[in-house]
Design a binder for this molecule. Structure first.
Ligand SMILES: *[C@@H]1O[C@H](CO)[C@@H](O)[C@H](O)[C@H]1NC(C)=O
Ligand SMILES: *[C@@H]1O[C@H](CO)[C@@H](O)[C@H](O)[C@H]1NC(C)=O
Length: 167
C-alpha cells in the first residue's frame, strides 16, 4: 500500500505542472516613457541565431508572445513545445545597460510582477527598463544597471513594462 500511495503522489505532482503553467499568462507592454513612440509597445522575440532572440518591441500586439512565471523565471513557448526564458544578460563590460534576450531554456531568475509591472530583481542589478531604437530597425529592450549612472541618448527612453494578462 505504501508503494501505491507513492505512485498516487507522483501522479498528482505530474498533473500539477500543466495547471501551474496555464495559470496566468501575460504579454509585456511598455508605458511611462517620455518619448511617446516608446509607449504601448509589446515585447517580441527577434531571432538572432539558433535558440537566441533579442527582445524587441512592436506596437502591433496581435501575435506578441505570452509569458508566464515559473518561480522567478519568465518563460514563453514561442510556438514550440519547449520553453524559452527571458535573460537579463550579465554585466561583463562595465556598461550602464545590457540587452534582454529570450533564449531557449529556463532563463534568468529574479523576475516578478510588482503592482502589475514586470520587473527584474534590484539585488541582481536591475535599475529599470530602457527602450532604444536600435539595430534590428525597431525599438529594443534593455535593462539599466543600477550600479552605474547612465547618460541616456535621445534614441532611448526609460520605460515600465505592464503585465497584460491574456488568460
Ligand atoms: C498585426 O499583426 C497581425 C498578424 O500578427 C496582422 O494580421 C495585422 O494585420 C497587423 N495589424 C496591423 C495594424 O498592422
Ligand atoms: C519550473 O521550475 C522548476 C523548479 O525550478 C523546474 O524544475 C522546471 O523545469 C521549470 N519549468 C520549466 C518549464 O522550465
Amino acid at each position: 500500500m505504501k508503494f501505491l500511495a507513492t505512485i498516487a503522489v507522483l501522479a498528482a505532482t505530474a498533473m500539477a505542472n500543466p495547471v501551474a503553467r496555464a495559470t496566468k499568462e501575460f504579454q509585456l507592454k511598455t508605458f511611462g516613457a517620455k518619448n511617446s513612440h516608446h509607449n504601448n509597445l509589446y515585447v517580441y522575440a527577434y531571432h538572432t541565431g539558433a535558440g537566441f532572440n533579442d527582445a524587441v518591441l512592436d506596437k502591433n500586439g496581435t501575435s506578441a508572445p505570452s509569458f508566464y512565471l515559473n518561480g522567478t523565471t519568465a518563460l514563453t513557448a514561442l510556438g514550440t513545445d519547449y520553453p524559452w526564458g527571458i535573460i537579463a544578460t550579465g554585466d561583463t563590460n562595465y556598461a550602464s545597460w545590457e540587452p534582454i534576450e529570450i533564449n531557449v531554456g529556463g532563463g534568468s531568475e529574479g523576475f516578478s510582477i510588482e503592482k502589475g509591472n514586470f520587473v527584474w530583481s534590484e539585488a541582481d542589478g536591475f535599475g529599470g527598463w530602457l527602450v532604444c531604437d536600435w539595430y534590428h530597425n525597431s525599438p529594443q529592450l534593455f535593462y539599466l544597471n543600477r550600479y552605474y549612472t547612465p547618460t541616456i541618448p535621445s534614441s532611448c527612453s526609460k520605460a515600465q513594462l505592464k503585465a497584460v494578462y491574456t488568460k
